[in-house]
Design a protein around this ligand. Structure first.
Ligand code: AMP
Length: 304
């Protein structure tokens, strides 16, 4: 079992879906990722919050064993806030408001131990911060994966292209893959992203599952068929948490491990969407992960 380091956002989210509204609840790419990955391996979270960040939220993460040594509390600062909504099509979030607050001038400083973490995830955050973390690593991690979104693709394209050259895996939404590649065909878009640096592209397609492109070809996994989707927020980050968590736990990068990791990503995402914020994950027990993984196995089994 190997350790995992993540830099990402820790947020207070306000979310509206057709099934309800959640006001200033715990969110953030680093939060969802680290909580999901903690079911698999030891995770260190590098992030910043303001003095308004509730101590309960911090305890919630540390109770799961997430190492918060890299969580900076900016005295007098305000925590990052995101407001989004989903229509009946739950596959795409519409951002109504983004307040970077403490993330606007956050400069992560990694400790000696953190700089030697073998698996690194650059969760959705300013690509300049993502690059800053890569540059601070004392040794090249065995695997670096990155996630991003339209906000940064539009606002910091050059910085994003720079950090993409340094990573092995990209996880990205379908629409954002097209936007990044400037290409409407998803397959061509994935190939174009590979040309930008990473050897593996994992396209998240919401209720339609995930598609992986590597130099060995394609791999596709459906989403778990659920009749109780309440809030898709965090699905992408927990997908990445299951994916990277499983790989770090196995400490292996062979093709079979990577394929199983994609299924673990889908398993973790399928839990997240069953409730608002991290509430479903808070009730999650490890045997449920094993059970749902087995259900996936059955779901995609072809007769011999
Ligand atoms: P997802 O897994 O793609 O649904 O990510 C949802 C999380 O991303 C929310 O909890 C937000 O707090 C966070 N988020 C939204 N916009 C940004 C942004 N521009 N930078 C960093 N994190 C963000």
């Amino acid at each position: 079992m190997a350790d995992l380091l993540v830099v990402g956002s820790v947020a207070l989210d306000t979310v509206q879906t057709p099934f309800g509204r959640a006001q200033e609840v715990l969110g953030g790419s680093g939060t969802y990722f680290s909580y999901a990955a903690s079911f698999y391996t030891r995770v260190r979270l590098v992030a910043a919050v303001g003095s308004d960040f509730p101590a309960d939220h911090e305890r919630f993460l540390s109770d799961r064993g997430v190492d918060l040594g890299g969580l900076m509390r900016e005295a007098g600062g305000r925590t990052f806030r995101w407001t989004g909504e989903y229509g009946y099509d739950l596959n795409e979030a519409r951002t109504l408001d983004t307040q970077l607050n403490v993330l606007a001038d956050f400069r992560p400083r990694l400790g000696e131990e953190a700089r030697r973490t073998p698996f690194l995830f650059l969760a959705n955050i300013d690509p300049e911060l993502q690059l800053d973390v890569v540059r601070q690593m004392a040794e090249r991690p065995r695997l670096i994966a990155l996630d991003t979104m339209n906000f940064w693709i539009q606002g910091k394209r050059e910085a994003l292209l720079r950090v993409l050259r340094e990573v092995d895996v990209v996880t990205i939404n379908e629409g954002e893959a097209r936007q990044l590649a400037q290409e409407p065909n998803l397959i061509k878009a994935a190939r174009r992203i590979v040309d930008m640096g990473p050897s593996t592209v994992l396209v998240k397609r919401g209720e339609y599952g995930a598609l992986m492109l590597t130099d060995k070809g394609f791999f596709v996994v459906p989403a778990y068929p659920l009749d109780s989707v309440y809030d898709p927020t965090g699905a992408g980050d927990t997908f990445a948490g299951g994916f990277m968590g499983y790989i770090a736990a196995q400490d292996a990068l062979d093709a079979a491990t990577v394929r199983r990791a994609v299924v673990h990503g889908s398993v973790m995402a399928s839990f997240t969407v069953e409730d608002f914020s991290l509430q479903r994950l808070a009730r999650l027990k490890s045997p449920e992960i094993t059970e749902r993984y087995a259900a996936f196995h059955e779901l995609i089994r072809l007769p011999g």
